[in-house]
Design a protein around this ligand. Structure first.
Ligand code: ADE
Ligand code: ZN
Length: 324
């Protein structure tokens, strides 16, 4: 099974590029840019990555991003992730980035997007890994900040396929971003949103109805409402599930209790993704392995996660044929 999972072609649809910042690169960039970090050793970093919920993770994650300053830093970060993709046989990836985390520190939008884009282009040429870029609005910030960010993205429409919504779900309802998503759609961006990670099934419904999203990031709390699960299955609404993330952030106590396999068997279009792999203990193969070890599954079922991800991806029908 291990070899089967390692060799399986994979498609990643839920990956925050800032969440791929490994401690080694964090130390390297801190030294390069003369930035102070609150850790003296890798052991101290490991100790700090002991989260009890989403917010306790986000506080450390935003702090980590402070070492990213130049276009080269964003390139190096993205390139390191793409080397992991090559190793895990990821053939297509749709990458989130959080511009406000950087522009609020005085880093220009162009620096961020150009660094990431150059690495993605190089990986397409050298590794035949295709990709898309998704710009996320931070839901703990206000609507005005999201509109300013959207304005900055307009000059980069050729590089950004969709907008998303991440950060603290509780206390920041989808309704806060209804107008900015409407404007994003009218500008030709596709839309996705984190929902039902910590928030209830109604938070997923709100994201679908108010933000007109085409897929849900996480969405695992849909199981609180059986009727809703049936609806999601019928409509083949995709859920980009992140198993190791859900365990680290205590959405489920144990991988054996995770609902991803149950949802798969009910016909929901669930996919496996790594979210913030440097913080949650693993990239794509690790996530597949963790699910495969905790749940009895056939090879056909495991491969179905990749078929679902191709179906849910933002690649053209022509490109999909290359992947099938
Ligand atoms: N930003 C990075 N990872 C996230 C997650 N799992 N949920 C919400 N926002 C995030
Ligand atoms: Zn996420």
């Amino acid at each position: 099974m291990k070899q089967f999972i390692q060799d399986l072609p994979k498609v990643e649809l839920h990956l925050h590029i800032e969440g791929t910042l490994e401690p080694e690169l964090m130390f390297e960039l801190a030294a390069r840019n003369n930035i102070e970090i609150p850790f003296n050793s890798f052991a101290e970093v490991k100790d700090a990555y002991d989260f009890h919920n989403l917010q306790s993770f986000l506080d450390i994650y935003y702090q980590g991003a402070n070492v990213l300053i130049t276009e080269q830093d964003f390139f190096d970060l993205t390139w390191a992730y793409l080397l992991r993709c090559k190793n895990d046989n990821v053939v297509h990836t749709e990458v989130f980035f959080d511009p406000q985390t950087h522009t609020d520190r005085g880093i220009s939008f162009d620096t961020v997007v150009n660094g990431i884009d150059k690495a993605l282009t190089k990986a397409a040429e050298e590794f035949n890994i295709s990709s898309q870029l998704i710009m996320c609005f931070l839901r703990h910030l206000d609507e005005e900040s999201a509109f300013i960010t959207l304005e900055q993205a307009l000059a980069h429409k050729d590089k950004i396929i969709a907008v998303g919504l991440d950060s603290s779900e509780n206390g920041n309802p989808a309704s806060k971003f209804e107008r900015v998503f409407e404007k994003s759609l009218s500008e030709g961006f596709l839309t996705v949103a984190h929902a039902g990670e910590e928030g209830p099934a109604s938070s997923i419904r709100d994201a679908l109805e108010l933000l007109k999203i085409t897929r849900i990031d996480h969405g695992v709390r849909c199981s609180d409402d059986d009727h809703f699960v049936e609806e999601l299955a019928k409509l083949r609404t995709p859920l980009t599930v992140c198993p190791l993330s859900n365990i680290k952030l205590k959405v489920f106590e144990e991988m054996s209790e995770h609902n991803i396999v149950e949802l798969l068997r009910k016909g929901v279009c669930v996919t496996i993704n790594s979210d913030d792999p440097a913080y949650f203990g693993g990239y794509m193969t690790d996530n597949f392995m963790a699910v495969g070890e905790a749940h009895m599954m056939t090879k056909v079922e495991i491969a179905q996660f990749t078929f679902n991800a191709i179906e849910a991806s933002f690649i053209s029908e022509l490109e999909k044929k290359r992947l099938f």
